[in-house]
Design a binder for this molecule. Structure first.
Ligand SMILES: [Zn+2]
Length: 189
């Protein structure tokens, strides 16, 4: 997508008006015009990145740090009881958001905001496999991104997650099949 077609780039440049509540050389925070709750903020990098994973490390650190500050400011200014930080490119029912952003949503008692999912269970074997896959992927990314330290740093690698007793359940067949399909895609580095 051309940057000038991106609605969020147009917000950053001021072509589309918005209520700016935060800005620095890299980031702009605006009030969402269709807020989930009162005080819902969208934090955007000024530069167009289509995903968080394209952003340079330093910018992503600043991104989450500013989200933390804005989140806390919503707690103390809006009387919110909690704040949700959501990084998503498809938060709004399938509307693809091409510009990496963080939603900062203050939460209030009885605010009717729901992030619903059905809790699943995992076998001991699956927990081990998933832990190994994720831990391996984190190592791989860190090795790719981190500049080599002058003196070797002692790496502490987390032990695979402690095994929680799996709850016995009889999943529906299609649910089981879906799980098998998902498991086939897991990569252990
Ligand atoms: Zn953009």
């Amino acid at each position: 997508m051309e940057e000038n077609q991106c609605v969020f780039c147009q917000i950053v440049s001021g072509t589309i008006k918005s209520s700016v509540i935060y800005q620095d050389e890299n980031l702009v925070g605006i009030l969402d015009i269709n807020p989930a709750t009162m005080g819902h903020v969208i934090l955007l990098p000024r530069t167009h990145y289509s995903s968080l994973y394209e952003m340079p490390q330093n910018l992503s650190l600043g991104f989450f740090n500013v989200a933390r500050v804005i989140g806390y400011s919503l707690l103390i200014s809006m009387g919110a009881t909690n704040v949700d930080l959501i990084y998503s490119q498809e938060l709004r029912s399938g509307n693809f958001t091409p510009h990496a952003l963080i939603h900062i949503i203050p939460r209030y008692k009885d605010d009717n905001v729901n992030y619903a999912w059905q809790p699943n269970t995992m076998s001991e074997e699956d927990i081990k496999m998933v832990s190994q896959a994720v831990i391996g992927a984190i190592d791989k990314i860190r090795n790719q991104e981190a500049p080599a330290p002058a003196t070797p740093v002692q790496q502490t690698r987390p032990a695979p997650a402690p095994v929680v007793k799996p709850v016995q359940s009889q999943p529906e067949p299609n649910k089981e099949e879906k799980l098998l399909e998902l498991k086939k895609k897991i990569v252990v580095f």
